[in-house]
Design a protein. Structure first.
Length: 426
């Protein structure tokens, strides 16, 4: 992906200079409108995971190519994440070499590299015109989540009949094949709506409340323990950071008051769902720390313990998708999976991605800047995925790379803003 390395919004050269010449042409406005339209579809189709290939993949290529033509730049502030993603992706490709004659490892590695490329694109995309682009992306993602949530609720109650939407083991899946993925997918949208409500940034309070209740209901009906925990922790972390950094006492009182109202409404909504046949029993079945398949020497946690001991003696790892050959199950832990699929270097690169992003994310959320509000929405959601990575495989989830790009794009924009304030060249 061609781009210019800059400190921020400095003088363009190369492809960026081409974009500058393009900017003097009347056609640029039309191309930019088309590019934003494609980007909206790109994010909206994130929820279509049941098709292979999905509409997301068909829209991805023209979206990335058109935005590259219009001008995307590497920013120095984002070089750490670019380097870590490059190391991680390179290790996965090298680990594939002994298994080139096998189809599944090759497909898995190709998909991983493809998602890494989209992550790089998202970082560059959100680094410029940051407020506009992040707000646009959040609205597109919200539309995708509302669609997915409605489909999930319809699938749970079999409104459209069997076979139209996914339902797994009595849990809402909708347009997702996995209810765990559906529940987690909706968390960013829930945080976005709640943040706008408690800070008074929404003009459509009733519409936002309705959308929030639909999303929370679907998260609950997914009966995903990880999604439940991530939703509660994410809302708590976001609200706490918004309260701590609120510039006035009046805003703090508003955040506390509306937070309490939202808690009451959410509790009432969940309580009403318990009146529906089967939901209370399903909740009792799911609301336990571990299930049978987690326990024992050959359960999920037993396999993880044995696998880590074996990986200590294998710096090259097992290779792409080889964990399932050894244990007949996926690792269900992205950190162990990184060491298994790509070797020690890939594993440490993945850890580096998480730790570097955590440093950047908390600094964005807790220090004053024009990008603090958006960071308080994006970072808590991404952090919940990093925590869920201890009990599920998140490295193939498209929206994780979008949120990763969003956080680092906000970081690059903040870095440029600080340099401008200090009088340094951007």
């Amino acid at each position: 992906m061609h781009a210019t390395i800059t400190a921020a919004s400095g003088s363009p050269s190369g492809p960026a200079q081409g974009a500058s010449r393009l900017g003097r042409l009347p056609v640029r406005a039309a191309l930019e409108s088309l590019a934003y339209g494609l980007f909206w579809l790109f994010l909206f189709f994130t929820c279509f995971t049941f098709l292979r290939p999905s509409p997301y993949d068909f829209v991805a290529i023209p979206t990335l190519l058109l935005w590259t033509l219009l001008g995307l730049r590497f920013h120095r502030a984002a070089l750490p994440i670019f380097a870590l993603l490059l190391i991680y992706g390179t290790c996965l490709v090298l680990a594939l070499m002994p298994y080139l004659d096998e189809t599944l490892p090759g497909e898995w590695t190709f998909q991983s590299v493809y998602l890494i490329v989209t992550g790089v694109f998202f970082v560059m995309f959100f680094s410029d015109e940051t407020h506009r682009r992040v707000a646009f992306a959040l609205n597109a993602y919200l539309a995708s989540c509302l669609f997915a949530a409605v489909c999930g609720i319809l699938s749970y109650f079999d409104v459209l009949g069997d076979g139209v939407l996914f339902k797994m083991d009595g849990r809402a899946s909708g347009v997702f094949e996995d209810p765990n993925l559906l529940g987690s997918f909706l968390i960013l949208a829930a945080l976005y709506l709640i943040h706008n409500l408690i800070t008074g940034r929404t003009r459509r309070v009733l519409g936002s409340l309705t959308g929030l209740l639909v999303i929370l209901a679907c998260i609950f009906l997914s009966f995903s323990r990880g999604s439940w925990a991530a939703c509660v922790l994410g809302i708590g972390l976001m609200s706490t950071m918004a309260w701590i950094t609120a510039p006035t006492r009046a805003l703090r009182r508003r955040i506390a008051g509306l937070g309490a109202v939202a808690l009451v409404c959410g509790t009432a909504m969940i309580g009403s769902l318990f009146a529906v046949d089967g939901i209370a029993a399903r909740f009792s079945d799911r609301a336990v720390a571990t299930k049978d398949y987690d326990e024992g020497e050959t359960g999920r946690f037993g396999n993880q313990r044995r696998g880590m001991e074996m990986l200590l003696e294998r710096p090259e790892g097992f290779g792409p998708l080889r964990w399932r050959r050894v244990f007949n199950l996926e690792p269900h832990n992205s950190y162990i999976g990184a060491f298994s699929n790509g070797g020690w270097i890939a594993g440490f690169a993945f850890l580096g991605i998480v730790l570097a992003t955590a440093w950047v994310g908390f600094r964005l959320c807790l220090t004053p800047s024009p990008y603090q509000r958006l960071a308080q929405i994006a970072w808590p959601a991404l952090l919940m995925f990093f925590l869920q990575a201890f009990q599920i495989d998140i490295e193939k989830w498209r929206h994780v790379y979008m949120m990763l790009g969003m956080v680092w794009g906000l970081h690059a924009a903040r870095w440029a803003w600080l340099r401008t304030r200090s009088g340094q060249p951007r």
